[in-house]
Design a protein around this ligand. Structure first.
Ligand code: DAT
Ligand code: MG
Length: 152
């Protein structure tokens, strides 16, 4: 399976609740590689683009307001199967349906305060990385000594 990239974002509630290190740590400990990261206080207009697929849903205005309510941590993580595995690390969209051991299953209760975002496919990851980091490839290309202990 080819190495891929995913867009992972710690939402304003995750930042406010001091869960940034915890969430980053789970991706690090799994073996994935951080290749881009920044703190952003996004505009409503930017968030409407990020969630364009959900425009028209009854919760859309509240979702955009919540996401614009404070800074988020925007990240790109890289590794084998990272899009699907990243979603598994986050847990189900609704934290009440998330298994303990997942990020949402351990730290969240309401769907409108589910503390993190992860791309749902390789193609949407590409779009989201371009939206949050720019069209030029923004990721850092580097090798880690530990990679030979993570991958066979
Ligand atoms: P995910 O974040 O798992 O990709 P999604 O793309 O369907 O889920 O929805 C984006 C976000 O919108 C989700 O993280 C929380 C919010 N959301 C989704 N369904 C909702 C609902 N029924 N009520 C309130 N907020 C909802
Ligand atoms: Mg989604």
């Amino acid at each position: 399976m080819a190495t891929e990239q995913t867009y992972i974002m710690i939402k304003p509630d995750g930042v406010q609740r001091g869960l940034t290190g915890e969430i980053i740590g789970r991706f690090e400990r799994r073996g994935y590689k951080l290749v881009a990261m920044k703190l952003v206080h996004a505009s409503q207009e930017h968030l409407e683009k990020h969630y364009a697929d959900l425009k028209g849903k009854p919760f859309f205005p509240g979702l955009v307001k919540y996401m614009a309510s404070g800074p988020v941590v925007a990240m790109v993580w890289e590794g084998k199967d990272v899009v699907k595995q990243g979603r598994a690390l986050l847990g189900a969209t609704n934290p009440l349906a998330s298994a303990p051991g997942t990020i949402r299953g351990d730290f969240a209760i309401d769907v409108g305060r589910n503390i993190c975002h992860g791309s749902d496919a390789v193609e949407s990851a590409k779009k989201e990385i371009a939206l949050w980091f720019g069209e030029q490839n923004p990721t850092i290309n580097y090798t880690r000594a530990v990679d030979t202990w993570v991958y066979e």
